[in-house]
Design a protein around this ligand. Structure first.
Ligand code: UD1
Ligand code: CA
Length: 445
């Protein structure tokens, strides 16, 4: 059985006070929309086809999804969740069942999506809906069950329309459903707008479908249906997701100091026995090997660090940096799009960009690769065992041979062959007694 997945994402998210549509805001290193789409992708739902219903900021959503196979359906104007699903009808009705989820619930799991699809196809019910009974109150729709046969769901009552009695119901509508498409199409056609917002509520389809069977699917983790309405809630879910990622690393044999200060993006991989000190950020497609130490306040973005390397404190590795096994990149060293060979060291205050550094080389404090001429980027090659004296300026394209030395303070514009000494600085002059003589002249005046 093929299954359509529809993600509702047309709302503006007024309380975000943002030009960006709400679902494109990031939590845990991914947009909320990307998290929901990933859960759908990972759910293992067979023959799955996904569409996003967008309205506010649809251009930004198109740009964010460029290159993916996800269909984007316009909902304009936004007349409610039922209307949103209706807008995508020509797209989902080709499938026997459709999953509907909200794009602003980034904790939604793949297991829940898969579970809803299976529960629907196995039960033959017209609808299966996820429910939650969190300890804290939430302004969600209340699930009204049949008193005589409590396994049957009769309807969902939105908080604003609920009676005092219904408000006491602790079972809430999570906002994730799986519908049989033929039944859903019929129910949507009957929806009205008799409610305080004058909207078409998807939740009103439940009462219409109840005679054909509606089954509740209680969530194991009620946080899965935590939505985001403002930036405070976004920050809360962001820390939740960050904590989960760090917890996964801890479980996999990585030590993390002060875990709440560490930010690790979802795709990052870290090997066993690596220690991550406080305040570190590991971002993008970063890979850290085993037995490394990423010292305090280093930022690593889409870079690769091989086994046993030591990074930081206060180092910055940018996209395309590859740090070889056992290498040391120290404080205030920035490395971009460069390979640093095994056991090489750049311990203090350097910029290494578009460079290939061999093994066991020593890059002195203050070394700068001048990789940019204002128009193009050029590369610097530093051979095995080379020694670059402090405060050297290597004007690319340039090559320093294996075992060569560069004298401190040099500006190197030409190749330094292997085992040579390259010196490019003014010769020092010493004038004995000059300072004492000056002091005498100053006193006389
Ligand atoms: C909805 C449910 C409520 C449930 C709650 C869970 C309805 C009527 N109510 O309420 O029972 O407990 O979610 O969070 O469905 N959207 C569109 N187009 C629209 C309106 C909304 O795409 O015209 C999207 C929003 O962008 C959002 C999602 O649908 O991603 C939910 O809409 P929202 O207005 O937040 O619904 P709630 O009032 O929270
Ligand atoms: Ca909401």
């Amino acid at each position: 059985m093929t299954t359509a997945v529809v993600v509702l994402a047309a709302g503006k998210g007024t309380r975000m006070h943002s030009r960006l549509p709400k679902v494109l805001h990031q939590a845990g290193g991914r947009s909320m929309l990307a998290s929901v789409l990933k859960a759908a992708g990972d759910s293992g739902v067979a023959g799955q086809n996904t569409a996003v219903v967008a309205g506010y900021g649809i251009e930004a959503i198109r740009a964010a999804l460029a290159g993916s196979e996800v269909e984007i359906v316009l909902q304009e104007p936004q007349l409610g969740t039922g209307h949103a699903v209706l807008c995508a009808q020509s797209w989902w009705k080709r499938h026997p069942q459709v999953i509907v989820v909200h794009g602003d619930m980034p904790l939604l799991s793949a297991a829940t999506i898969g579970g809803l699809a299976r529960a629907r196809s196995e039960s033959g019910a017209a609808a299966v809906l996820a429910t939650a009974a969190p300890a804290e109150p939430r302004a969600y729709g209340r699930i009204v069950r049949d008193r005589e046969r409590p396994e049957r769901v009769l309807r969902i009552v939105e908080e604003k329309q609920a009676t005092a009695e219904q408000l006491k119901i602790r079972e809430l509508n999570a906002g994730f459903y799986c519908f049989e498409t033929a039944a859903l199409a019929e129910a949507l056609a009957q929806l009205g707008t008799d409610n305080p917002h004058g909207e078409y509520y998807l939740t009103d389809t439940i009462a219409l479908l109840a005679p054909r069977g509606v089954v509740a699917y209680p969530l194991e983790d009620d946080r899965e249906c935590l939505g985001v309405n403002d930036r405070a809630e976004l920050a809360e879910l962001d820390s939740d997701l960050r904590r989960r990622k760090v917890a996964a690393l801890l479980k996999a044999g990585v030590s993390v100091q002060l875990p709440d200060t560490v930010v690790v993006d979802p795709e990052v991989e870290v090997g066993e026995d690596t220690v991550i000190e406080s305040g570190v950020q590991l971002l993008g497609a970063t890979r850290i090997g085993a037995g490394c130490r990423i010292r305090a306040h280093s930022v690593v973005e889409s870079a690769s660090v091989e086994d046993g390397a030591i990074i930081g404190p206060f180092a910055r590795l940018r996209e395309g940096a590859v740090i070889g096994a056992g290498a040391h990149i120290g404080n205030f060293v920035e490395v971009k799009k460069s390979r640093i060979g095994k056991g090489s060291k750049a311990n203090h205050l350097a910029y290494i960009g578009d460079a290939v550094v061999g093994e066991r080389a020593n890059i002195g404090a203050g070394t700068i690769t001048c990789n940019y001429d204002g128009v193009h980027k050029h590369s610097t090659v530093i051979g095995d065992g080379a020694f670059i004296g402090s405060n050297s300026t290597l004007v690319a394209p340039v090559e320093i041979g294996a075992g060569a030395y560069v004298g401190a303070g040099s500006v190197i514009t030409e190749e330094v062959p292997g085992d040579a000494l390259g010196l490019g600085r003014a010769r020092q002059a010493v004038k004995p007694g000059w300072a004492a003589a000056r002091r005498q002249t100053v006193k006389r005046k």
